[in-house]
Design a binder for this molecule. Structure first.
Ligand code: ADP
Ligand code: MG
Length: 344
């Protein structure tokens, strides 16, 4: 086994390709867009709709095993691949993580694991009925295919009139949480061996990650609890691969799980520069080698996302920080264009 197929070719795919290359693994990418960040870094690529069965066949033949850079992938495609080759993590995990309802039901079925209160919404009537159950303040989210806050609507003081004419099929209404901080934990797991990355603090603006700070400024009890919950979730899923767990730290020090990502995560990009093993290398270790390495950070640091027009300042960033360009063809509002890191 020495080749990896990656579904999706954005910046996460790009970093996976770079890590794979450094560890002697060949990569092929299947991308729905013809310009994609990983293009220059993979050994082979396939461009087309994921529903194109001819391209899918060639893609399946191109590698020994597979992984994903996003959970937003049609399940039928994952099934087709996994009927002949192994996918990391298992498609049953990706299936849970790609649907907010399934994910929340799964999380709440675990002992001592909690999410925000939530309600399934399929019509304006469902919204009318349930808005009082979140104290009239909530977030309405599409259950599937959302990312970076896309497909999300904040509702305050029960103001729902503007949703009357929207097609609200396959939505979820979550209670709006008044948390103290957002934190996350990334874990790698193989054959029951789990290696967690340390807890980091995440700062979001308009529901998009802006900054990650290592280490998170937390009581050690909170850190331990966050790590314990992430490990518990990985164990319950019987994960073979990498998983990011996004969490809210509440004012009473309890932890509420926001969501899961069965892939490398933006809040782990600092590990490229300030850790003995990056989250991308550890994904490769988990898939191809004996076991993931134990992460050991080298310095407190910060990672800052470069979003939309921020990218116009890239020369400044390059001078001052370790800057990563995602090679996106077009600058778009709210699009992650790159990131930089520095010691703090
Ligand atoms: P995405 O898949 O777009 O990352 P998330 O569910 O993580 O979706 O939401 C994006 C961000 O929106 C979160 O990181 C957080 O800042 C905010 N958010 C999401 N859900 C809630 C909630 N129930 N209460 C308060 N803020 C929330
Ligand atoms: Mg999120």
């Amino acid at each position: 086994m020495n080749s990896l197929g990656i579904i999706g070719g954005g910046q996460l795919g790009m970093f996976i390709c770079q890590a794979a290359k450094s560890l002697g693994i060949k990569t092929s990418i299947f991308s729905e867009n013809s310009d994609f960040s990983a293009k220059k870094f993979c050994d082979q690529y396939f461009i087309g709709k994921f529903s194109n069965s001819e391209i899918l066949k060639s893609f399946i033949n191109s590698a020994d095993c597979f992984t994903v850079e996003t959970e937003n992938i049609p399940f039928e495609m994952l099934q087709k691949i996994s009927s002949v080759k192994q996918i990391f993590p298992d498609p049953k995990i990706i299936k849970i993580c790609q649907n907010r309802l399934k994910e929340k039901k799964f999380l709440n079925s675990l002992k001592n694991v909690k999410t925000a209160n939530f309600f399934e919404i399929n019509s304006f009537k469902d919204l009318e009925k349930n808005i009082c159950h979140v104290n009239n303040n909530g977030i309405l989210k599409t259950s599937e295919f959302g990312y970076d806050g896309k497909g999300q609507y904040k509702i305050e003081n029960g103001k729902i009139k503007s949703f009357r004419n929207l097609n609200l099929k396959n939505f979820i209404l979550e209670e709006l949480l008044y948390y103290e901080k957002e934190i996350s934990v990334i874990v790698c797991r193989k054959n029951k061996e789990v290696k967690p990355y340390p807890v980091v603090e995440n700062i979001h603006k308009n529901s998009i990650l802006r900054e990650t700070i290592y280490p998170a400024n937390l009581d050690s009890n909170v850190s331990k609890n966050a790590t314990k919950i992430a490990i518990q979730i990985a164990n319950e899923l019987d994960l073979n691969g990498i998983l990011a767990v996004e969490m809210f730290l509440m004012k009473d020090r309890s932890i509420i799980i926001n969501e899961l990502a069965p892939r490398p995560h933006n809040s782990g990009h600092w590990t490229l520069d300030y850790c003995n093993v990056s989250q991308f290398e550890n994904l490769i270790n988990t898939i191809f080698f004996e076991s993931p390495k134990c992460p050991s950070p080298s310095a407190p640091c910060k990672m800052v996302n470069v979003i939309g027009d921020d990218f116009l300042n890239k020369d400044e960033f390059k001078k001052k920080f370790k800057f990563y360009d995602y090679f996106k063809k077009e600058v778009k509002n709210s699009r992650k264009m790159g990131h930089y890191t520095f010691k703090i």
